[in-house]
Each structure stands twice: as C-alpha cells, then as structure tokens.
Write a protein that binds this ligand. Structure first.
Ligand code: SF4
Ligand code: SF4
Length: 226
C-alpha cells in the first residue's frame, strides 16, 4: 500500500488561509490504513481548522467528506458537485489521489494535507516499512522475495558490496545487509545457486515517468500495440 504522513498543521492551515469555505476530502484506502488520511484523520483535521480559525475570530466553513478511493474516477466524480459550495479543497490522499482530484472539471484549488512517502507494508499498528520502488522490472523471484532495489540502500542488483560488516549494512549498521539476507533466504530455499547469477541489468527505459500500464484485456480499447 501507499504510505503517507500528515504535513505539519501550520503548513496546511496557511495554505488554505485565503479561502473561507474549505472542504477536507479523505481517502478510505491506503492512507486510512496508515492512519494519515482516512475518515478519522479528516475529522481531526477539520476540527483543528475550525478551532484555529475560531481562535483567529475568522468566520469560516469547513466541510468534510471521505471517499473510498481518490485514485479512482468512479469515487471522486460526484465530488465535482460537492465542491461547488466551497472555495478550496484539502485532500488527505496520497499524491496520486490529490492530482486526480485536482484534475476534475469545475474543481476548486486543491491542497495536499499529506506527504507521500513510499510503497510499503503495515508491519504492526503504526509501524510501516518501505518494500517496493515500483521499478517496472521485478526481481523478487530471483532474490528470495527480498527487493534488492529497495532494501539495499545502494539498490545493488548484484551484491553484497564489500562494505557489509558481519551481515550489517555499511550505510546503516543498524540494519541487516539486504544481500546477506537474500543469501540466507536463497540458501534456506535450496536455491543458493542463484546468488552467483548476474541479475539482468535494469531496463531504465521501461521506467520513464510518468508511467502508463494498460491491462492486456483493454489494449484494443485504448488503441495500444499488442
Ligand atoms: S524489484 Fe523491488 S522495486 Fe522492483 S518491482 Fe520488485 S519489489 Fe518493486
Ligand atoms: S552492505 Fe549490503 S545492504 Fe548495505 S549497501 Fe552493501 S550490499 Fe547493500
């Protein structure tokens, strides 16, 4: 899932200071799981804004709504009508959701309430770790399910580097060397021969940005080449 964290309140408050009526739009998927931008966090942010504006003696109207996913047109399309009553919108979605929302017709200025951090996992309550950099060329089948591009700070495709110290990473000695972990995992799976294989060079041409993926079943519909 996408992990994000909330911006400092002062930054959000200042961004929408020129606007009297502000709608806070939450997202009920990834950012809800990581406790950054779901319904509860929207309620909290809306309350903080009301309180801060009340303290400044500034009359204002703060609305709130949370949709299932802001990265899906089906869920955000109805917001085009909702925002008509507001002057600006705060989105608590990841950067993708904020952009999709901002591109809707008749949309008011949209301001992000979160900083999007990475694609990761929910290890324990409130504890998230990065696992994937969406590199367009997944190596996990050759590396025992441990991502060399993400878990090794150097993103080495053929490791370990000479810097590892008794299984610890030279960049961050508090962490295990990802390539030592890959070695141990492959050994445990009886696939250690893979450690000597040279991983194919990364095809950087595939990861040009912005990326597009068209599902094979929809290629004809979008006029894409087979
Ligand atoms: S190799 Fe790593 S960064 Fe690339 S797609 Fe697989 S998990 Fe993601
Ligand atoms: S010590 Fe291991 S994880 Fe750290 S940079 Fe070198 S190969 Fe990567």
């Amino acid at each position: 899932m996408i992990i994000a964290e909330r911006k400092p309140f002062a930054e959000i408050k200042d961004a929408v200071a020129p606007y009297e009526k502000v709608l806070v739009v939450g997202c009920g998927t990834c950012v809800a799981v990581c406790l950054a931008g779901g319904e509860k966090e929207v309620g909290l942010l809306a309350s903080q804004l009301k309180l801060a504006r009340g303290q400044n003696g500034k009359a204002s109207q703060i609305g709130e709504i949370t949709v299932e996913r802001q990265c899906d047109l089906e869920f955000i399309r109805p917001l085009s009508e909702t925002v008509a009553a507001y002057d600006a919108v705060i989105s608590t979605a990841c950067g993708a959701g904020v952009q999709f929302l901002a591109a809707l017709p008749e949309m008011k200025p949209v301001f992000p309430a979160l900083n999007t951090t990475f694609i990761g996992v929910n290890e324990e309550a409130g504890f998230y770790t990065e696992r994937c950099r969406a590199c367009h060329q997944c190596y996990l089948g050759l590396t025992g399910g441990i991502c060399p591009r993400t878990m090794c700070p150097k993103g080495l495709l053929n490791g370990p580097c000479g810097g590892n110290i008794r299984g610890k990473c030279e960049v961050n000695p508090d962490r295990a060397c990802a390539w030592c972990e890959i070695y141990a995992k492959l050994e445990g799976e009886g696939r250690l021969g893979l450690i000597e294989a040279i991983l194919p060079l990364h095809a950087h041409g595939r990861s040009t940005t912005p990326g597009t993926v068209i599902h094979p079943a929809y290629k004809r519909r979008y006029g894409a080449h087979e």
